[in-house]
Design a protein around this ligand. Structure first.
Ligand SMILES: [Mg+2]
Length: 184
């Protein structure tokens, strides 16, 4: 039993986000600077926009503008197939893009880090799925931020993964940001 526990713990860590937020707009810039983060990789569907709804809200433009003004580098890393709509969205947000990825496979995270010219230790990965965004980000050594999905509509494969994710969520710690955490 002990050996099972030893195996379970590292897996548990890989499935645990560094930080849990309701939405991207709650991301504290202090948390980024406290953790020496200079680059932000974000998922697209259900993290920045509702699934396959690639219209850009003003609030989203402002969020990216603020990050860029504060000196953060940004990139959207998505498993969605390449499309002119997604390219247009990344241009309008003035952010880099890796499309057609297969998260959690590390190769795509490494490609993102190369484009950002950033090390894992100075990068955070934000997304709404534990088995793609959080697992992939943790494997390569980035900080990870889990957010709640924006909408209920999802790809069928994603809906199936949610069943497993719901089980994981009952066992992993979802750390919230507090000012105390900042001092620790
Ligand atoms: Mg997503």
């Amino acid at each position: 039993m002990a050996s099972n526990n030893r195996r379970a713990r590292p897996l548990g860590r890989l499935l645990t986000p560094t930080l849990y937020l309701e939405k991207i707009y709650d991301l504290p810039l202090e948390w980024l600077s406290d953790n020496s983060i200079t680059s932000v990789i974000t998922d697209l569907d259900n993290t920045l926009v509702p699934w396959r709804d690639y219209r850009v809200a003003e609030e989203l433009t402002e969020w990216f503008n603020t990050l860029h003004k504060e000196g953060f580098k940004t990139l959207i890393l998505t498993n969605a197939r390449p499309s002119p709509t997604i390219t247009k969205l990344s241009h309008s947000l003035n952010t880099k893009l890796v499309v057609g990825a297969r998260k959690p496979i590390s190769r795509f995270f490494r490609e993102a880090l190369m484009l950002l010219d950033s090390r894992p230790s100075e990068t955070c990965v934000i997304g709404d799925q534990i088995f793609t965004d959080i697992l992939g980000g943790n494997i390569i050594g980035c900080r990870t931020v889990l957010v709640e999905r924006i909408g209920r509509r999802e790809f069928l494969g994603t809906r199936i993964m949610r069943l497993f994710e719901n089980v994981v969520r009952q066992h992993v710690n979802l750390p919230r940001w507090t000012r105390q955490q900042q001092k620790d």
